[in-house]
Design a protein around this ligand. Structure first.
Ligand SMILES: [Fe+2]
Length: 247
């Protein structure tokens, strides 16, 4: 699997707390079948969790060296989970914010309970600049749980959706799980990812069950598309055709 959403980089957000925890996370991720990981530390404009791309790449290089030393079969890449803000595009140009592996794909986090008035406008603007927003864990947003038509609007605009595996385990509550199942059934996801923060995450013990259940709800081919084929296209900056409404 290729994981496009993770908090494996230490000392930058609420993810891994030390390089030791990063290493443990990487070992455990490799053990559950992940071969490529994009480190996507939170980028929230105005917060103290901020490093520029050069600083993040230096941290990534340290992790790559560790992986090599420890013989863990993993490839590591850089990205950010970017909280929606009008200044994102300028910050990408200034090398403060990292699109996934330098591609046109950007992982976007939206406010959980209230859509911003300007949200659609921003997303539309990104699309006009040829960036492709990947909306992280849409199942957690209350306004999408309550209004499925809004999901279609995002798709028609050219946004892609990334779901979190752990919804199967109801990690984010019953409403999030319900929307996760709805979006899976309606073929509205393009990626599934771990959004892993810590080495004691329940996903490490339950990944087999999670995979089995998702395949039961969709198909082996769909699982492969969501966890490998589409993520690989992102890493290679290739086009992803948006299909939805059929399974
Ligand atoms: Fe995240």
């Amino acid at each position: 699997m290729i994981d496009i959403h993770s908090h494996i980089m230490s000392g930058i957000d609420d993810g891994a707390r030390s390089l030791e925890e990063s290493l443990l996370l990487l070992k455990k991720m490799s053990a559950i079948g992940i071969s490529h990981i994009v480190a996507t530390p939170h980028y929230i404009v105005g917060s103290h969790y901020i490093l520029n791309n050069q600083q993040k790449l230096e941290k990534l290089e340290k992790m790559r060296n560790l992986v090599k030393q420890e013989n863990i079969p993993l490839y590591l890449y850089l990205g950010n989970e970017i909280f929606m803000d009008p200044s994102i595009l300028a910050l990408i140009k200034k090398n403060e914010i990292a699109p996934i592996n330098g591609s046109r794909y950007i992982l976007i986090e939206l406010p959980v309970s209230r859509p911003m008035n300007e949200m659609m406008e921003f997303l539309f603007y990104f699309r006009s600049k040829d960036f492709v927003p990947i909306i992280a864990h849409p199942e957690r947003y209350v306004y999408l749980q309550e209004n499925h038509e809004l999901i279609e609007k995002f798709l028609k605009m050219g946004c892609l959706f990334q779901g979190n595996f752990s919804n199967i385990l109801e990690k984010y509550g019953a409403h999030a799980k319900k929307l996760f199942l709805y979006m899976l059934k309606n073929n509205q996801y393009h990626f599934l990812a771990t959004d892993i923060h810590h080495e004691d995450d329940i996903l490490f013990k339950k990944m087999k069950k999670v995979k089995k259940e998702i395949i039961k709800l969709t198909s082996k081919e769909k699982f492969q598309e969501l966890t490998y084929d589409n993520p690989l296209k992102v890493l290679k900056n290739e086009n992803i055709e948006i299909k939805y409404g059929e399974n």
